[in-house]
Every structure is written in C-alpha cells, then in structure tokens.
Design a protein around this ligand. Structure first.
Ligand code: GSH
Length: 214
C-alpha cells in the first residue's frame, strides 16, 4: 500500500486532472504540489532528477516515483481496490481501456504544450492554428468514442459507476470546450459528461478548484 503520496500536477493539465479524479474517487489523502507548466517548471533540473519525463502528473512516495497518469491510476486502483476503476470481466475491462487509451494515447499527446510549441517554433502556427490542430485530433478520437458509447451499458462510459474511461473523458471534454469543439456532434459523450459533473469526486478535481488555478 502506498504511504501518503505526493501528486505533482498543474491545474490545467488534463493528465493530472485524471489522477485528481481517481484520488478523489478512492478518497485518498494526498499532498498536491504545483508545477507551473507555462513557466517551464517541468524542465527545472530538480524536478527532472525525480521525473526524467519532465511532464505532469508525477506521483511520489518514499523511495518510489511514477509518471504516466494511467500507470499512476492503475497503481492506485491495485493498492486501493474500492471503488474499482476497472470493474467487470476481461472484456469489460478491455472496452474501458479502449476508451481511456483513445483519449490518453490517440488524442491527448497531440495537444500537449510541447507539441503545440513545436508547431509554433517550426511552422509559425498562431493560436488559431494551434486550436484548429487540437480540434482535428479531438474530433477524430471523439467520433470513435461516441460510436462505442452507443453500445455501452449504463449511464456513464461503461456501466453506472465511474471507471478509467470516465476519468479520461471528463478532462478531455474540458479541453474540447477550451478549443471550441462542437460538442453537439457527440450527444452521448455530452450526456455522460453532464452525469459525471454531478459527482463530487469530479467536481473537486475541476481545474478551477485547484489551489494553483489562475
Ligand atoms: N501520457 C502522459 C502525458 C503527460 C503530459 O503530457 N502532461 C502534460 C500536461 S497535460 C505536460 O506535462 N506538459 C508539459 C510540456 O509539454 O512541457 C500522462 O498520461 O501522464
């Protein structure tokens, strides 16, 4: 079992937002430390010594550090099994992971700050071009998830209790709004997001509720 962990994050980081939701669902007491991404604190040598990836979230315990939001969440889920974030049969869990990974590996990395900064540095992309780029990849992934939700049981992404898929969905919907994606094209996702917004663990994890929110 992890001792009280430290979660390094940033209020607007959607990957850190995922871990905040998981921590809240598990009712874990964690210390949160802000890493200001816009100021480049993720590249400070002291942070890189612990976390060579130079990204947030980063989970730290006595003698143990872990990057990658999904690895952190699955670690917490194994240490604190209730409520389960990957419930059901092997097939159920695979479908939940499919949705989570569509967001975490197909959509999210393409909208990461360092990718957008590279677009600007190498191709002169302005704010509008950066947002259009993000919308492209969000919409491609959302089309697949919307179709999956059409055959999913329950009111949430998969069933009626929050899973890893819901944990990934809500922060990505937040990003989609930020970049002006037309969410009326994804009614099942919008309905699921609205249902999740009623849950305290999701409310407490909102970027605007974090101590480092601007
Ligand atoms: N796959 C990683 C992604 C982590 C990631 O990209 N974090 C972003 C914030 S959402 C970050 O730290 N960006 C800093 C940068 O691009 O310099 C995860 O799921 O944890």
């Amino acid at each position: 079992m992890p001792e009280a962990g430290i979660l390094y994050g940033y209020f607007r980081s959607s990957a850190a937002y995922r871990v905040r939701i998981a921590v809240n669902l598990k009712r874990l007491e964690v210390e949160q430390r802000a890493v200001h991404l816009r100021k480049g604190e993720q590249r400070d040598s002291a942070f890189l010594r612990h976390n060579p990836a130079g990204l947030v979230p980063f989970w730290s315990e006595q003698g143990f550090g872990l990057s990658q939001s999904l690895a952190i969440i699955e670690y917490l889920d194994e240490c604190f099994p209730e409520p389960p974030l990957l419930p059901g049969s092997a097939r159920d869990r695979a479908i939940i992971r499919e949705m989570a990974l569509t967001i975490a590996t197909d959509i999210h990395p393409l909208g990461n700050l360092r990718v957008l900064d590279k677009l600007t540095a190498d191709y002169g992309s302005d704010e509008a071009a950066r947002a259009a780029w993000c919308r492209t990849w969000i919409e491609r992934g959302f089309e697949a998830i919307e179709k999956r939700l059409a055959s999913s049981p329950g009111q949430l992404c998969y069933g009626d209790t929050p899973t890893l898929a819901d944990i990934c969905l809500v922060p990505q919907m937040f990003n989609a709004r930020r970049y002006g994606v037309d969410l009326t094209r994804y009614p099942l996702m919008a309905r699921t997001d609205a249902a999740l917004a009623e849950i305290d663990a999701f409310q407490q994890a909102l970027p605007s509720r974090q101590p480092d929110a601007e």
